[in-house]
Design a protein around this ligand. Structure first.
Ligand SMILES: NC(=O)c1ccc[n+]([C@@H]2O[C@H](COP(=O)([O-])OP(=O)(O)OC[C@H]3O[C@@H](n4cnc5c(N)ncnc54)[C@H](OP(=O)(O)O)[C@@H]3O)[C@@H](O)[C@H]2O)c1
Length: 328
């Protein structure tokens, strides 16, 4: 089968190599001896793969390896009791190995794909939308009628968070850096959009009538202190990622003075092996698909052999919505 490998750690432009590999067995490292074998139609591209081409991500297998953490496609074979059968359209979080014609997903992270979504949308469903639901609901305890401020709101996690928050009955304020990203955030249903290089903290306080209830932050960096300042009493700042490049530090007196919480949201680490939690999140996300709230926004589409361009786009901060490799 055709596949791409990260062959060295020279960065997005040069680290990838196209190879011909034997097709995988129906066995996944998380479920040894068992796995859902999938004919890949589309594979997602995300920030971690950019980091992996530089050896900077926490999941860094020995070289060379096939990257790609999520796919959408059709089931070739599925373990008994998984509820999946040959020919089913699915979305799967396979962790690695997605950038190939055939991939293997663990059954507990493979979900039937609604007919409402195409394969490209399906390849952007699990990582971003499950993270969004986990961050908003299970970590941020977002309730109907509350206001959520979303950083990096035109990105993969950002657009997913806007849609999920809306589906949960919350009001959303998106923080973005450009006109084009503002357009994407509005397409994702943002109620309000503010600019990261403007007075966003004051605007957010005004728009929310004194402070937001939840901040979802996949960006980190210098803006974190202003995120805390934008929260209302009992507000929760949820730490999701650090695309801004630096890990913020918190002066905890701010938490005491305003009765705030900083909460970590590490979806992958939390849900691993927890079938019930994955089922709960999968059902909630599929319900939001059926209700029309969740529609992954696909930005750039590339062929497998163009994956370096896809990585560069993300690395240079030009990506909007989900970046996808289309294989079939
Ligand atoms: N915690 C979890 O469980 C979990 C799960 C999935 C992903 N993540 C993490 O969440 C983060 C976001 O992922 P994503 O897929 O949404 O990324 P993405 O689509 O590339 O979007 C990230 C956004 O970050 C903003 N940004 C600010 N400074 C940036 C910089 N120096 N370089 C690049 N982007 C910058 C950009 O928005 P503006 O230009 O508008 O500022 C961009 O749209 C990543 O760190 C990822 O590893 C965490």
């Amino acid at each position: 089968m055709r596949a791409l490998q990260i062959a060295d750690l020279s960065g997005p432009e040069s680290a990838l190599k196209e190879v011909d590999l034997p097709e995988p067995e129906a066995s996944h490292p998380l479920t040894p001896g068992s796995g859902v074998l999938i004919d890949v139609h589309a594979a997602g591209v995300s920030f971690p793969e950019v980091l992996q081409t530089r050896g900077q991500y926490q999941i860094q297998p020995d070289l060379p390896f096939v990257p790609g953490s999520e796919v959408a496609g059709t089931v070739r074979s599925a373990p008994e009791g998984s509820g999946l059968a040959e020919g089913d359209r699915v979305a799967s979080c396979c962790m690695l190995g997605a950038w190939a014609e055939v991939a293997v997903g663990p059954d507990f992270l493979t979900f039937k794909l609604s007919d409402e979504l195409d394969y490209a949308q399906g390849s952007g469903l699990i990582l971003n939308y499950h993270t969004a639901y986990f961050s908003l609901v299970m970590r941020g305890r977002l309730k109907e009628g509350e206001t959520a401020l979303v950083h990096g709101a035109a990105g993969g996690v950002g657009t997913a968070t806007l849609q999920v928050a809306k589906g949960l009955g919350a009001r959303t304020i998106a923080v973005v850096s450009s006109d084009e990203k503002e357009r994407i955030a509005r397409e994702a249903g943002a109620d309000e959009v503010v600019r990261s290089d403007g007075a966003w903290k004051d605007e957010a306080k005004e728009l929310s009538g004194g402070g937001v209830d939840v901040v979802i932050d996949p960006v980190g960096g210098d803006r974190f202190t202003d995120s805390l300042r934008s929260l209302a009493e009992n507000g929760r700042a949820v730490v999701v990622g650090f695309t801004g490049g630096s890990i913020p530090e918190v002066r905890v007196n701010r938490l005491l003075l305003n009765n705030l919480e900083v909460v970590g949201a590490g979806w992958g680490a939390f849900v691993m092996g927890k079938r019930d939690v994955n089922r709960e999140i999968g059902e909630a996300v599929n319900r939001l698909v059926d209700e029309g709230f969740v529609r992954p926004i696909v930005g750039a589409r590339f062929k497998l052999e163009q994956a370096s361009e896809a990585l560069k786009l993300i690395d240079e901060r030009g990506a909007t919505g989900k970046v996808v490799l289309e294989l079939r």
